[in-house]
Design a protein around this ligand. Structure first.
Ligand code: C5P
Length: 233
């Protein structure tokens, strides 16, 4: 619990392993996203587990229920801890995802993507054509995810306390868009520090570029862990 997952958004396998080599002997949480998985396939997951890392496979599945069921059945053959599906795929699709992992050997927990942290209010209303405010949409999608049997959701830190209030105690919360006050926000619109994530009650955080693009990734990782774990560190 309280894992920090480093988002491995690299362009090549070489870059990925050059980064992971710096953490040799350390067990860290890593987030493998679409680019890594499309580039290297399942073998990259096996290698990361062999190195002792805990894997969050963030493929954000979103398709018709039967296709998502089959995808999740395949993905649960891999030794991963967490998987993601889009809550905007609806209840039936999320239930199909749960059925898929339940039939596999590893049974990773599934988290639902609510609204991406790169989405802001204007984009929600104008580009996606979804009326209402962003927070209400996130809360609604979190409740739908819980009703569908998902283990938790992904959201920005700003929504965590409201999600926790609107769902049961064991419903998990993972938050990307994490930055130190001195970091660039990049393309993220709703950012928060690791301490703010902890105080809001997040169960997991994802940190990408502030660690992967740092001149000293190991030191940057330690700094984020320190703030994330607080006095328990
Ligand atoms: O580099 P950065 O810290 O912004 O990376 C955040 C990671 O979290 C990226 O891999 C991105 O795909 C992922 N993510 C996100 N917002 C979500 C879900 C996942 O930024 N709602």
């Amino acid at each position: 619990m309280k894992t920090l997952f480093v988002a491995l958004d690299f362009k090549t396998e070489q870059e990925t392993f050059a980064f992971l080599d710096k953490f040799e002997g350390q067990s860290i949480g890593v987030k493998v996203g679409m680019s890594q998985f499309y580039m290297s396939g399942p073998k990259i997951i096996e290698e990361m587990c062999r190195r002792g890392h805990e894997v969050f496979l963030d493929l954000k599945c979103h398709d018709i229920p039967n296709t998502v069921y089959l995808a999740c059945l395949q993905l649960s053959q891999l030794p991963v801890k967490l998987l993601t599906v889009h809550t905007l795929g609806g209840k039936e699709m999320m239930q199909a995802a749960v059925k898929g992992v339940e039939e596999g050997p590893y049974q990773p927990q599934i988290l639902g993507i609510t609204q991406l942290t790169s989405t802001n209010q204007t984009q929600l209303n104008q580009d996606l054509g979804i009326s209402g405010d962003l927070q209400s949409s996130v809360i609604h999608l979190a409740q739908l995810a819980e009703e569908s049997g998902l283990a938790g959701v992904v959201s920005s830190v700003q929504e965590v306390s409201q999600i926790k209030a609107a769902t049961s105690e064991r419903f998990l919360s993972l938050t990307p868009g994490i930055r130190m006050q001195t970091n660039a926000t990049n393309d993220q619109k709703r950012v928060a520090t690791p301490e703010q994530a902890r105080l809001a009650g997040a169960d997991f955080i994802v940190v990408g570029r502030p660690i992967t693009q740092s001149s000293d990734p190991v030191a940057a990782y330690q700094e984020f862990i320190h703030q994330w774990k607080g006095s328990n560190n």
